[in-house]
Design a protein around this ligand. Sequence first.
Ligand code: NCD
Ligand code: ZN
Length: 345
Amino acid sequence: MSSDALTLTRPDDWHLHVRDGAAMAAVVPHTARQFGRAIIMPNLRPPVTTAAQALDYRARIQATVPAGVDFQPLMVLYLTDNTPPEEVARARAAGVVAFKLYPAGATTNSDAGVTDIRKCYATLEAMQREGLLLLVHGEVTDPAVDVFDREAVYIDQVLIPLRRDFPGLKIVFEHITTKEAAEYVAAADALTGATITAHHLLYNRNAIFTGGLRPHYYCLPVLKRELHREALVKAATSGSPKFFLGTDSAPHPAHLKEHAAACAGCYTALHAMELYAQAFDRAGALDRLEGFASFYGADFYGLPRNAGTITLKREAWTLPESLAFGDAQLKPLGAGETLDWRFVG
Ligand code: NCD
Ligand code: ZN
């Protein structure tokens, strides 16, 4: 493989927020340009909790995909304490591929989330039976637990018992951020996978505090210390099919990021593959990028790999300072900075 150009099977984004309305219309074309498919997170207000709502949302997303671009949104329902088990069969019939488990209050628009996983057991049984995946935001919400420890504590308190009680359920531990999570997934059975964001591969928590408080580096789960970033890079570049690409690109208007109570979320859909290429390049593992970005997620979900290809070039380019986002502005992560890789189509 030439070191200045990289051609990969068209990748997929297994964790993405696109919002709705004019904001959605501003961001979907960025993802559709780079990725064949994306797992669409259901944390709208109100959340996407029924198959009927997912079908409507999918149609609204499809209407924002530029003509001639082949992009498929993969829909997910938001699991609540009250999701009826019968919704699972309706979801499957509608082409919904997964449910998302947000612990109530863990992150943006998660108030309707699950207060106690035991309330969902009948629905989880139906998911296991019907072959739908469970996507987990793995952080405890107990205010007594330090923010930086919430993911590691979640593994012991929730994930290990959940896996024991549902041995046949496919579970994706979303946007893992710690050494503990990477080790847990690496050692788990074949039905347990994890997504890793580009920002957690590139940055540690110092990024939030360098030269002042930097809200554009604030996301959930929050960036961790360097040893965790190193463990994530090791996992992503290991060639293990349990780890795959999920940007967690989460756009918020710039004025709500640059705010006394800054919203959590980094916008990376504009330059996702460039960021991942940078992370893999720095690790000397560009040859492992295609498996992580284009193969392992599709294989885990039981979907075919994409047919086309994309190309990245080693070519410096400078990120715009901001983008239009409905009536507001949107700042891509690293706005104004120069990247080493460029997506060329
Ligand atoms: C996400 C959002 O803004 O919807 N924010 C984030 O920091 N990742 C929610 C989430 O995935 O936790
Ligand atoms: Zn997310």
